[in-house]
Design a protein around this ligand. Structure first.
Ligand SMILES: Nc1ncnc2c1ncn2[C@@H]1O[C@H](COP(=O)(O)OP(=O)(O)OP(=O)(O)O)[C@@H](O)[C@H]1O
Length: 296
């Protein structure tokens, strides 16, 4: 199995704060992976390390076996759309497509032009005058024209309305389906991710909390509702990821070892959204109130 992105004990620190810590991950080639986590969890940091814009302070990240920061020869294989899709605002979309041709040896200008024409993006208007959603489409078209083997997208749909979001993700999937491009896509929009992603990485407070193929993860977890649970073992349950209780009843999201055998419990399948929310809640950290105290 080819590995598109491998992180090994990867860490990045700003001053004394670790933005990403002990991050170990192996993303198989051909996957469309969701990168999720709360604000400040380290998602952008991981993507910037993967594209070689940041140098790790610990461990290593490899893209198709190469270290991007030290070995720029792998950069043509990586497409990256940064958060807020920064583009040269005075350039037109047509000029950006041409600039891409000059800077990339495997450039597919026709792909970018066709895509932008289909989406009705005006070629001769400075991109600074386009809407946020149109700019996001331009940035994606440029990234795809690079014909990358790995496409990293940092919250690409955040600025789009629901319809544009759906169209953007559908067209992204259409474009990568034939080319076997691996995608790692950060977003807070779980319902969107559920539709398009087959691999999941959950980051929380600078660490990887969960990573794996969505089908495997969904198969290995269950939601259970039953009598108030005091921590006693339940057959088939390996770990309780998240528990909430009323006086008489408990709702558990559990990791299973096989079939759960518990007649007094109602057992349900989980969705990707259930899983993400449970793992994020499990690792909840609250900043000490002292940090917010105003000095006298
Ligand atoms: N240039 C920087 N200087 C100092 N700290 C930084 C810098 N960039 C990021 N950080 C810190 O690193 C941590 C991780 O930030 P990062 O941007 O990777 O999170 P994120 O998961 O992408 O968040 P969001 O969902 O808000 O985009 C945060 O605590 C952030 O404050």
């Amino acid at each position: 199995m080819e590995i598109a992105l491998e992180a090994e004990q990867l860490g990045k620190r700003y001053g004394r704060t670790w933005a990403l810590r002990d991050c170990s991950l192996r993303l198989p080639a051909g996957r469309i992976a969701a990168l999720v986590g709360p604000n400040g969890a380290g998602k952008s940091t991981l993507l910037h390390l993967a594209v070689g814009l940041l140098q790790p302070d610990a461990g290593a990240v490899r893209i198709f076996g190469e270290t991007p920061y030290a070995n720029p020869s792998v950069l043509p294989d990586i497409g990256f759309v940064a958060q807020d899709t920064p583009l040269y605002r005075d350039f037109t979309a047509a000029e950006l497509v041409e600039a891409g041709r000059r800077m990339n040896k495997n450039w597919d200008g026709a792909l970018a032009r066709n895509r932008l024409a289909q989406l009705g993006i005006p070629p001769k208007l400075p991109v600074g005058k386009l809407s946020g959603g149109q700019r996001a489409q331009v940035a994606l078209a440029l990234a795809l024209a690079k014909r990358p083997r790995l496409l990293l997208l940092d919250e690409p749909v955040a600025s789009l309305d629901p319809l544009a979001r759906r169209e953007f993700l559908q067209s992204l999937m259409g474009s990568v389906a034939d080319s076997e491009t691996t995608v790692l896509l950060s977003s807070h929009l779980l319902a969107d991710l559920e539709r398009v992603c087959d691999y999941l990485v959950v980051l929380q407070a600078a660490r990887v909390h969960l990573a794996g193929a969505v089908d495997d993860l969904v198969a290995a977890h269950r939601q259970m509702v039953g009598p108030r649970h005091g921590g006693e073992p339940i057959e088939g349950v390996e770990a309780v990821v998240r528990a909430s209780h009323t006086t008489r009843q408990s709702t558990l999201l559990v990791r299973t070892t096989g079939e759960v055998i518990a007649p007094e419990w109602t057992v349900h399948d989980v969705t990707l959204e259930d899983l993400v929310l449970a793992y994020l809640a499990e690792g909840e950290t609250i900043t000490s109130h002292d940090a917010w105290e105003v000095p006298a």
